[in-house]
Design a protein around this ligand. Structure first.
Ligand code: ZN
Length: 83
């Protein structure tokens, strides 16, 4: 069985932008934690990590292509099986 997930592009920036949804959630959790303890420096750093990044844009485009390909496979399979 092959893994249909696209390769995850790597962010080259200093503040390491999260690329996947799971990684973005970790940053959101870190923001909430920084706020809860009043860590303003940590808050600024984590907020900077949520900025725009071409690696994330590339990843989202790859996901969209993979979903489109999977959808096309399902249509083709359904057509051949008559479902
Ligand atoms: Zn980046």
């Amino acid at each position: 069985m092959t893994d249909s997930r696209p390769d995850i592009p790597q962010c080259p920036h200093v503040f390491d932008h999260p690329v996947t949804y799971a990684d973005r959630q970790l940053v959101n959790d870190a923001i909430a934690y920084s706020r809860s303890i009043g860590d303003l420096t940590g808050l600024q750093i984590h907020l900077a990590r949520l900025g725009p990044c071409h690696a994330r844009e590339q990843y989202l485009a790859l996901l969209a292509d993979a979903e489109e390909a999977a959808h096309a496979d399902n249509i083709t399979r359904d057509h051949h099986t008559g479902t």
